[in-house]
Design a protein around this ligand. Structure first.
Ligand code: GLV
Ligand code: MN
Ligand code: MN
Length: 419
């Protein structure tokens, strides 16, 4: 009979964990300190190999599903019971840093390795997931792996995903060596007992307040849209202003409508961004005949996000009508916010108390695979501070001490839930 989790001396190898984070950061499409690992790129493939090896080094059994989600498992004493799970992603947007997602994968391996070293014997199995394509870079849609696991992305829609070069998910996953039908990715109901994702905060709150651990009570609901504007091109000298149907000028009005809708929302949590804006033909002496925009609109409240969306649609339609520009407005995703599970949150709080670490309940403004795991099992997230709240840039930084504290909190929480 193993000791109760409260009595275990759990020691995280902070230096070893930091070394692995630094090693994985060197696997990148761009030179250090930039980390870029776009889904199924050569760097992502090498990153996945690194993850498999790190899982095996932590004494875990590795399996993969048809979309490339990687599962690393420690079988519990009662294998019939639902497992306690953790995990995150290792894909990285262009020009990213080394901590986003990675801390939640390598940190979870270290948490389980520390539990093994402490002689813990789990009753429930413990599992770490490395989710495929948390970042939307390749397909314009984030959390492809966790959406499929939760059943919120249909297999038909997944099969229709295409990247900018027209390559499909099926084509790319086959080339990456992922076998089997996408249907098999969906988790059977009750598969996991609970899910806890360790992540850098990607915001300034914990650092500013000097608190080492955040516990996520709610994840803002993201939505995104693609807008194609078809105007009329022509010679920049010859087409007089009253005759113009300038797609870029219409797109600029759409972008400003996004900003205005978010700024005038009744919720302070409404945020709107146009992160993609391309024009054709893109020549200085030619009137743009086509513009392509991608809009990201998020909120912790669904009612205010919906009102902001309606305002954007109305303003965009009016601007395009006035300019004689045709608009196609297509929804990519519109996901509700997710609630953290109270009992799982309390388990994290108890772990923090045991470790003498102050904690703060908070909101996640970024989305995470937890947004979809929360649909299939009790879920929360453990946040650690990051420098200046920076993320999605090479300067992203979390101290080795904070990373280790996060892994320690995760180890204690998973042990108490699996005992
Ligand atoms: C995840 O990376 C997000 O955009 O929130
Ligand atoms: Mn990210
Ligand atoms: Mn992330």
């Amino acid at each position: 009979m193993s000791a109760s989790p409260e009595d275990l001396a759990i020691t995280v190898d902070a230096a070893g964990l930091q070394r692995r984070i630094d090693e994985l950061a060197l696997i990148s499409e761009a030179p250090a300190p930039v980390v870029t690992r776009v889904l199924f790129s050569e760097a992502d493939q090498r990153g996945r190999e690194y993850v498999r090896k790190a899982a095996r080094d932590a004494g875990l059994a590795v399996r993969e599903d048809a979309v490339g989600n990687i599962f690393a498992r420690w079988e519990g004493g009662e294998p019939g019971l639902a497992a306690v799970a953790s995990g995150s992603h290792t894909d990285a947007i262009p020009n990213a840093g080394r901590y986003d997602g990675v801390v939640g994968v390598l940190g979870a391996f270290e948490a389980l390795a520390a539990l093994k070293r402490a002689g813990f014997r789990p009753r429930r199995s413990l599992e770490v997931v490395m989710f495929t394509a948390e970042e939307p870079t390749r397909f314009g849609l984030g959390c492809v792996g966790s959406r499929l696991m939760a059943g919120t992305l249909s297999v038909e829609k997944a099969a229709a995903l295409r990247d900018r070069d027209g390559r499909t998910l099926d084509e790319l996953r086959a080339a990456a060596g992922c076998a089997g039908p996408l249907e098999s990715v969906r988790l059977p109901s009750g598969h996991y007992h609970s899910f806890i994702e360790l992540h850098i905060e990607q915001g300034p709150v914990l650092e500013a307040r000097g608190i080492p651990i955040g516990i996520v009570e709610r994840i803002a609901g993201p939505s995104s849209y693609r807008v194609t504007l078809q105007g009329e091109g022509g010679h920049a000298g010859a087409v007089l202003m009253p005759a113009r149907h300038d797609a870029l000028a219409a797109g600029a009005q759409v972008a400003l409508a996004v900003e205005r809708a978010a700024c005038t929302s009744a919720s302070p949590d409404t945020v709107g961004t146009v992160g993609v804006f391309r024009i054709e033909p893109g020549a200085v002496n030619s009137v743009p005949f086509r513009a392509y925009l991608e809009i990201d609109l998020r909120d912790t409240r669904l009612d205010t996000r919906k009102r902001a969306y309606a305002r954007i649609r109305r303003a965009a339609a009016a601007a395009c009508r006035r300019r004689g520009v045709r608009m196609d407005f297509e929804e990519i995703n519109a996901d509700p916010p997710a609630e953290g599970d109270p009992k799982t949150i309390e388990a994290v709080e108890r772990a923090c108390a045991r470790l003498g670490l102050a904690s703060l309940r908070m909101v996640s403004r970024a989305y995470h695979d937890s947004l979809f795991m929360a649909r299939v099992c009790p879920t929360t997230m453990v946040f650690i501070p990051c420098l200046n709240g920076w993320s999605h840039r090479p300067e992203e930084y979390a101290s080795p001490g904070h990373v280790a504290s996060g892994a320690e909190v995760l180890a204690h929480t998973m042990a108490s839930l699996a005992a």
